[in-house]
Design a protein around this ligand. Sequence first.
Ligand code: WTA
Length: 640
Amino acid sequence: MEKTAIEDRVFNPSEEVVSNANISQAVYDEAAADRLAWWGKQADELVTFFKPYEKVLDDSNPPFFRWFTGGTTNVSYNCLDRHYNSAKRNKAALCYESEIGRKVILTYRELYIEVNKFANVLKGLGVQKGDRVCLYMPMIPECAIAMLGCTRIGAIHSIVFGGFSADSLADRINDAEAKIVITADGNFRKGNPFPLKNNADVALESTSCVEKVIIVKNAGNDINVVEGRDVWYHDLMATADKYCKPEEMEADAPLFILYTSGSTGKPKGVQHTTAGYLVQTQATLKYVFDLKEDDTFWCTADIGWITGHSYVVYAPLALGMTTFMYDGTVDYPDKDRMWDMAERWGISVFYTAPTAIRTFMKWGNEYPRKHDLSNIRLLGTVGEPINPEAWMWYYENIGGSKCPIMDTWWQTETGGFMITPTPMVPLKPGTATIPFPGIEVDVVDENKQSTERGYLVVKSPWPGMLMTIWGDDDRYIDQYWKRFGDYYFAGDGAKRDDMGYIWVTGRVDDVLNVSGHRLGTAEIESALVECAEVAESAVIGRKHDVKGEAPVAFVILKDGFEASPELIDKLKKHVGVKIGPIARPDDIIFTGGLPKTRSGKIMRRLLRDIAEGRAIGDVTTLADPGAMAEIATKYSGKEE
Ligand code: WTA
């Protein structure tokens, strides 16, 4: 396991922050005294049920836990109808800016109407409760409208990040058997339209379940429209009815599927439920980001990731807050774009990823300094451990040395924050600190005993938890509940310090974290061996200043093929096309052998040692100890 820099500085929150906070010690105490009663109270306060629930938690069939059983509700109802006739009716629900400067503000009333219309559009196309709808969209308001439209009629959305390739999209469409795909003509990236619809067209060549493709006109680029299959969003919306009754959904009905990488095989469809997810995402946003009526919250995550689902769309809207979204690159037209928008929109709570912070830090503090960021009162990070240096830069340059930073640890599978400070918790740069109220985590050794340094586990079910893996209950059990029985295994390593704070040290399984994006080594390896030249490959993550980790591939060529710069290029490109640009290896190293145990398992730890320039560790368990010497020589040759 890797060492974390020990950070002794403690930043105590100011009295003003603590006294104004939504959270208090009483909340922690109440949750600790009876966590299920506390979660029940959160549900009563934060969710409008059509039919009240009978039980907070049904744990009769572990690990298939069910929250708020017996209750019925609807997510779009909670996000919109509750605010439609309230004082919030003319409050900005969603603020949006595109890279080329197009701005949209939708009030709660306006958003409600758009979502109702879109729900009717879906119904008109034959979409029914339980059907899957795939979204392959930019960060545009129509994406949020489409999500909420699905939830209104009980359809299950599956959002595929726009940076994924056609192949990745096709796999996800097929696995979920999506009936409808919603996409856009394109979106702007560094001033040029990126042809999203073209990718969707390629993906659709290898799917047979899709009946209709809805296209949002966004970038105005030329696209291919397939007669009978493709329909324009604006044409459908022009004639849609303005009211659609929200479907009454069981508390544990599937809400969405979101694919994420695991340590083996294909990405898995993490399936989330309705009421528990609504409770945890709202409770965490309310207490951690401390949202108030007059806040404008900016979570920079793409909607294609869980952070975008939970904290760009669902939680802020359910709480009746103003959420801001931006579709574009962070340095267009210049490196101060983010701060320019933060100033213009009066952002008060800002949430981003360490990889972005390191990029901003590299560019220098003259960019934030050009702008008045004094509206910002709270900051957050997510996606990977934040190095103390980046934390300090963020604290001083974006937060003006006055804003607490909420370092939130959670996962696609957890739905919402799990380990995180709240504004009343003393902070240390680099740690996500303590569990959220009502959440029980531990650091354990191989034998499930509490320890100072080991595996991160969640000891009891939580409301926002995944329900299963889409279509694969066995994989759900295998992946999360096999190793430690009734403890959920997160796949992360962690250590605890003398204040009891938890320091997440990163993945202990074969999952990479590249710029906060999860990638399975197995996925990249299987893309590489598809190439005719490649016999075998092993992919590892090498430490990277900005990205956190960068993929590096060790490749054995088949007989008759020679290493060359052209081949390196070709293999890198192939991975980009197969999975998406984020998965492209930074380096490809050709080798004659790979370090393997006698049972054939690749020793990735040794490859990481080589790639990060450390002395090679113990090789006595290797089937062929000589392989390491050869790889080390090849690798150092490459470095010269
Ligand atoms: C990592 C993103 C340290 C971790 C919400 C986890 C973090 C994986 C943090 C989940 C953090 C996320 N500190 N590590 N604050 N937040 N991680 O599913 O390895 O895309 O298991 O969910 O990101 O990534 P995912």
